[in-house]
Design a protein around this ligand. Structure first.
Ligand code: ATP
Ligand code: MG
Length: 155
């Protein structure tokens, strides 16, 4: 029985003739912070995208909080889920890409509450209050009403 929040077992992934992931296994404990470090093109993004089933792997098993991602197990065989079913499990996994892709026509606060409102159907007042708390935690509370183009790269 595993206590991993993210568990990868022998993940293989090829892009055409190039084998990008050659049997990656990894266990991340709840609350643990880990860094993936490697040369450009070594497959870091491919591995992270695989965790959300944004990339299909060729072999191996991926579990988040004990559940398979993108597949259902039936009589020892794996069957790929529909996009709609996989979207449901993606709701619980956050991902910040190299390009943040903030909506340029929305303020910082509006960017932060968009997914909670639209995906989670959260109450606007609660989502706003939580967003403000999170902004304060990283010292950006005064930027809530700024637009992305008014921020520095780090902000
Ligand atoms: N759709 C694709 N088709 C073919 N090759 C691909 C595809 N996507 C990624 N690759 C190749 O897979 C390899 C891993 O790419 P990936 O983006 O995962 O690397 P990375 O470790 O995140 O690199 P960087 O540090 O530059 O961001 C690269 O060699 C890349 O060229
Ligand atoms: Mg990358």
């Amino acid at each position: 029985m595993t206590t991993s929040i993210v568990g990868l077992t022998d993940i293989h992934k090829s892009c055409g003739p190039v084998e990008v992931l050659k049997g990656i296994s990894l266990d991340v404990a709840p609350g643990e912070v880990i860094c993936l470090i490697g040369p450009s093109g070594s497959g870091k993004n491919t591995l992270l995208r695989s965790i959300n089933h944004l990339e299909k792997t060729n072999a191996g098993e991926i579990r988040v909080d004990g559940n398979l991602v993108g597949y259902r197990e039936l009589n020892g065989r794996l069957f790929e889920l529909s996009d709609k079913e996989t979207s449901k499990s993606r709701e619980d996994v956050g991902m910040v890409l190299q390009h943040f892709n903030l909506f340029p026509h929305m303020t910082v606060l509006e960017n932060l509450i968009e997914a909670p409102l639209r995906v989670r159907k959260e109450n606007k007042a609660e989502a706003t209050s939580r967003a403000q708390t999170l902004l304060a935690r990283v010292g950006l509370e005064e930027k809530a009403d700024s637009y992305p183009e008014q921020l520095s790269g780090g902000q």
